[in-house]
Design a protein around this ligand. Structure first.
Ligand code: F6P
Length: 341
């Protein structure tokens, strides 16, 4: 059996560990053959592949990025679609596809599976917003990177008696902000799920300052203060037509400075959170998910993705995974909010 693997959407530490886990298990246990599609769905639509023999995955689980390349190509655009893809797979002798990606990738995989293609999914997102899996690989690494960066912002904030704002990723959900904010002892954590007024944020900042602390605010890029109706976006749309976010920290900076009288500095951590070596947790999770994807292929579970349930890896239908995003629940925010101010 010949299996094609693709990585699609924003990259994420741990992608290479998934590829390695799948290729090694497939070759060692089932004698399968592997190819990689270059740059996500683009490689599938254009039939652009690379061989993935055993030696090609040697030592890659600790490497950031993806050896296959990625893109935000929609497989239904530019002459794609199920007929074209089926024709390519038949011509290349590929029997099944493992698609590693986030919501957009898995939604496309579902449409293609509904049209008769043999695809299994592996969930991927640093934002950790995919439902039906407890954690996605890459999230732990992003939180670690954000926490280290915020710890550094904290010491310079303390030296200058300033308020520091750290903006982290999190388009629809605030998991990175919540975890990095809790880990670094933030005085306010602002997430897309919770609209908070500027007055309230200024109050938390002032309280922390009055106790002699250098106030620290951690904000997710998708956060909307009380007066805003959509997340801050000034960079147009991405290739999926979604607004490119980023910059809410800089929007808050003068507002908080004016209301609190405290010198304030904002830093956007941006793509640093997605780069570099994956944490040990993410390497293990990604390797296990890659191996479980092979089980899904062998069992012909088309239209399913592998998922983490507690410490067990399971298989769930795309439908179940795509129904809704995994938001920060109210009780997790309330728990963190006890420590604000
Ligand atoms: O979906 C993951 C994510 O990192 C979001 O948090 C962020 O909004 C987006 O990707 C950035 O995407 P790009 O790499 O296209 O700038």
């Amino acid at each position: 059996m010949k299996i094609g693997i693709l990585t699609s959407g924003g990259d994420c530490p741990g992608l290479n560990a998934v590829i390695r886990g799948a290729v090694l298990k497939g070759i060692k246990v089932h004698g399968q053959e592997f190819v990689g599609f270059r740059d996500g769905w683009r490689g599938v639509v254009e039939g652009d592949i690379m061989e993935l023999p055993r030696h090609s995955v040697r030592g890659i689980s600790k490497q950031g990025g993806t050896i296959l390349g990625t893109s935000r190509t929609n497989p239904f655009d530019n002459g794609g679609g199920p007929e074209k893809i089926k024709e390519n797979l038949d011509r290349l002798g590929i029997d099944a596809v493992i698609a590693i990606g986030g919501e957009g990738t898995l939604a496309a995989a579902k449409r293609l599976t509904d049209a008769g293609l043999k695809i299994v999914g592996v969930p991927k997102t640093v934002d950790n917003d995919l439902d039906a899996t407890d954690y996605t690989f890459g999230f732990d690494t992003a939180v670690q990177i954000a926490t280290e960066a915020i710890d550094r912002l904290r010491t310079t904030g303390e030296s200058h008696h300033r308020c520091m704002i750290a903006e982290v990723m999190g388009r629809n959900v605030g998991w990175i902000a919540l975890h990095a904010g809790m880990a670094s002892g933030a005085h306010a954590i602002l997430i897309p799920e919770q609209q908070v007024s500027i007055e309230q944020i200024a109050e938390w900042v002032t309280e922390a300052h009055e106790r002699g602390r250098a106030p620290l605010v951690v904000v997710a890029e998708g956060f909307m203060p009380g007066h805003m109706e959509a997340p801050h976006s000034e960079r147009g749309l991405d290739t999926f037509g979604r607004p490119r976010l980023g910059g809410i920290g800089q929007q808050l900076e003068p507002e908080l400075e004016r209301r609190t009288g405290l010198e304030t500095r904002a830093t956007v951590l941006g793509h640093i959170q997605r780069g570099g070596v994956p944490s040990a947790f993410d390497r293990v999770l990604a390797t296990r998910l890659g191996m479980a994807a092979i089980d899904a292929v062998v069992d012909r579970r088309w239209g399913t993705m592998v998922s983490l349930n507690g410490t067990d890896v399971e298989h769930v239908d795309f439908d179940h995974a795509l129904g809704q995003i995994k938001s920060v629940p109210q009780h997790r925010y309330d728990e963190a909010a006890i420590l604000f101010g």
